[in-house]
Design a binder for this molecule. Structure first.
Ligand SMILES: C[S@@+](CC[C@H](N)C(=O)[O-])C[C@H]1O[C@@H](n2cnc3c(N)ncnc32)[C@H](O)[C@@H]1O
Length: 215
């Protein structure tokens, strides 16, 4: 099992530029919420987040998921793109939320002490960052023992035929800033977690929902 009580040493990982997202905020906001919102809401509410829980969302973007968290939780969202965070901040101010904050931060080098959060979430981000394994390791590091990690993302299919078909789109999607060949099992190797569930909301969905408990 990996030791997680220290932050990665040496040269900080080069963050994903996020220029794609910076430039595309308006278009992104027009199409993405309809696709993603329902899935995020259903899976977050099934976690029954406790009163006073400290929640970290990594790659919070424009704050698409923020109103799915109960207002009895203390929610912090981080993202590399300040343009995305500006949208989230506008929404937080409009909704007069006092339980939600956002701040700029690299997912691959989270600026928190180990074991700081009861729940660490991330939606549609781990295949966008430069070093997904480092992001996952960081999410686990900052989660308290007994706390939960919820990741919703596209991962490479275990069905070789589907994997090949999706791989053929990989060149295009990489130019858009995200990869299709991320293997979930490789990301989770040796981390101090127990997988509680890993499912798709429907068989045709491209996205997997991973719920893990930090041990
Ligand atoms: C596809 S968007 C998903 C945003 C949001 N979670 C959602 O579901 O709408 C990916 C997000 O990852 C952010 N991102 C990319 N690289 C990052 C990094 N190294 N650290 C933090 N955020 C990053 C982008 O700025 C963008 O907001």
């Amino acid at each position: 099992m990996l030791k997680l009580d220290t932050k990665p040493e040496g040269t900080p990982p080069k963050p994903h530029e996020s220029r794609f997202y910076h430039n595309l905020v308006p278009a992104y906001q027009a199409v993405w919420p309809a696709v993603a919102r329902r899935r995020i809401f259903a899976n977050l509410s099934s976690l029954n987040i406790a009163a006073g829980a400290k929640v970290l969302e990594v790659g919070v973007g424009t704050g698409l998921a923020l109103d799915a968290y109960p207002d009895h939780a203390e929610v912090l969202g981080v993202d590399l793109s300040e343009a995305m965070l500006a949208e989230a901040e506008t929404m937080i101010a409009r909704k007069k939320w006092s339980h939600v904050r956002v701040r700029p931060m690299n997912a691959e080098q989270l600026e928190f002490e180990p074991e700081s959060f009861d729940l660490v979430t991330s939606f549609h981000t781990i295949s966008v960052v430069s070093r997904p394994d480092e992001m996952m390791r960081e999410m686990v590091r900052v989660c308290k023992p007994g706390g939960r990690i919820l990741v919703i993302n596209h991962f490479r299919s275990e069905n070789p035929l589907i994997a090949r078909v999706v791989d053929s789109a990989g060149g295009l999607t990489r130019r858009l800033g995200w990869r299709t060949d991320l293997q979930m099992n490789e990301l989770l190797n040796e981390l101090p977690i127990e997988i509680e569930s890993c499912h798709k909301d429907n068989p045709l969905s491209l996205f997997r929902v991973l719920v893990a408990k930090r041990v």
